[in-house]
Write a protein that binds this ligand. Structure first.
Ligand code: ADQ
Length: 479
């Protein structure tokens, strides 16, 4: 199989599902990047002889399409300036904060936008070249919102799907964006636009009606050329069974016991696992926990908070500042409240293999997930998947997409620090029977919808979209 063959299924995402590693002898290898997306999409990619288009993460301009572990991968090059303007700038300095309730201030720069358009066109051109006749192209996430319309213009024969992994904001916030109409029109190039939550799909349909003036009815948008666009929620999931099997394995169980031992076998182990991102609510969470200690409601003798915070997007100012803020806060809390051999917070910047993550989830009595806004939050679902023993409690922000499904978690408003503290205490004191009841219900929910169902569900809806010549089947328009 050649990597640049004409594919029946093309995935377009900002990043390829592999990371480039340079060996000590200078040779180059590719390592599968951890993460749910590739697990989800791999089976359908293999079944359809698919290809994946994405950036390899560096500034190499000479990477050729290649096949890695049977997956056909097509690198798209970004220059240093494009990494600054398209990726760090418009994607992560404009869209990311705007789409997360403006929890940080989005910056609007015209040169960032120009770079976003240029890079989106490059991805669209590569997809147009790669897709076979009448193929399906599935475009992912906020970095690629112009690709659907650009691609449709080049290749009207294709079925095009788009999935947004992050929230889609309400009209009141979205309309700050100077390029709001262009982005909406970009997305409308798709036949199916998928979101994590139904509210996000509604936000999109409402904006299309108000800002672009197209007719809409429920989750459908009707375009003047006779095409229709289906906007709906497809909540993403995880490899539930794979993770549970890992958690049940002997080495992971032994490692979980070892982690507790190394923490000094406290009565309560609390855990937070996040990318170091200002949307994740790490600051308020740790502050709330430190107040519980300072007020004597809990003690470092019998509780420890393990916070794993993986640095990310470190070249963006706001992220550097956040890392410094959290580092300082943890230092202050441990300095004020810790004792010798008993830190209040065990703080880790490392990135771990899946086995270690499963062991951490197994070791934690309470998982604390408190984002100010989150598209889904896979960590919450991963914790539940690992708790086959029906033990453990989940404290979860109602502003994470996962809160729609994990209703039996201790749901909190992450802005209400007193409420969060009360819920953490409640979870710590809950009876084993109550914990088991909640965990059982949450496990039932996630086991009924895993990541493969998510991918095949989206692609099924995409495959059912009607080509243009079937336009007489459109539902009657509403006035
Ligand atoms: P993220 O914002 O990255 O994802 P999340 O959904 O929690 O957030 O996924 C993080 C993933 O990274 C999890 O699978 C977790 O296990 C892993 N991870 C975190 N820290 C790690 C560490 N130190 N070592 C190893 N692995 C680690 C975006 C959106 C989310 C949405 C997902 C998927 O912001 O809202 O749920 O995409 O659509």
């Amino acid at each position: 199989m050649s990597a640049s063959h004409q594919a029946d299924l093309v995935i377009v995402a900002n990043r390829l599902p592999v990371d480039r590693v340079v060996n000590p002898d200078g040779s180059v290898d590719w390592r599968r990047s951890p993460g749910g997306l590739v697990t989800a999409i791999e089976p359908v990619m293999r079944a359809n002889d698919g290809a994946w288009i994405g950036w390899a993460g560096g500034t190499d301009t000479d990477l050729e399409p290649f096949v890695e572990d049977g997956l056909s991968l097509i690198p798209v090059a970004l220059s240093e300036k494009e990494i600054e303007e398209f990726y760090e700038g418009f994607s992560n300095g404009t869209l990311w904060p705007l789409y997360h309730d403006v929890v940080a201030k989005p910056e609007f720069h015209r040169e960032w936008w120009d770079s976003y358009v240029t890079v989106n066109r490059r991805f669209a051109e590569q997809a147009a070249e790669t897709a076979a006749d009448n193929a399906a192209v599935w475009v992912h996430d906020y970095q690629m919102q112009l690709v659907p319309a650009m691609l449709r213009e080049m290749r009207p024969d294709l079925r095009i799907g788009f999935f947004l992994h992050i929230p889609f904001p309400p009209a009141e916030l979205f309309q700050q964006l100077p390029w709001r109409r262009q982005l909406l029109e970009g997305l409308l190039g798709a036949d199916v636009v998928g979101f994590q939550r139904p509210g996000a799909a509604q936000n999109f349909v409402r904006l299309v009606r108000q800002r672009v003036g197209h007719k809409t009815h429920r989750d459908m948008v009707y375009l003047p050329d006779g095409r229709s666009v289906h906007a709906a929620a497809f909540p993403i999931s995880i490899d539930v069974q794979g993770l549970e099997e890992l958690a049940r394995s002997q080495p992971v169980q032994e490692r979980a016991a070892e982690i507790r031992e190394q923490l000094g076998n406290p009565q309560h182990v609390l855990l937070g696992v996040d990318r170091l991102d200002y949307t994740k609510g790490i600051h308020a969470r740790l502050r709330g926990y430190s107040e519980l200690l300072a007020e004597g409601k809990i003690s470092v003798e019998d509780a420890v908070f393990v916070q794993v915070a993986t640095p990310s997007r470190e070249r963006v100012d706001q992220y550097r500042r956040l890392r410094d803020d959290i580092d300082r806060l943890v230092g202050r809390i441990n300095g004020d409240l810790g004792r010798i051999g008993r830190p209040a917070i065990s703080y880790l910047h490392s990135s771990y293999p899946r086995e270690e993550m499963a062991a951490l989830y197994q070791a934690a009595d309470i998982m604390v997930v408190t984002p100010l806004r989150d598209g889904m939050n896979l960590v919450a679902k991963e914790y539940v998947a690992c708790r086959y023993d029906y033990d453990g409690a989940l404290v979860l922000s109602e502003f994470a997409g996962a809160a729609d499904e994990l209703r039996q978690a201790y749901l909190i408003n992450p802005y209400d620090i007193n409420g969060m503290k009360a819920s953490i205490l409640e979870a710590m004191k809950a009876s084993p029977k109550d914990r088991a009841k909640r965990m059982k219900a949450m496990r039932k929910t996630i086991s009924e919808h895993d990541v493969k169902d998510w991918a095949s569900g989206f692609l099924k809806v995409l495959s059912e979209t009607k080509p243009l010549h079937h336009k007489q089947l459109r539902p009657a328009r509403r006035t």
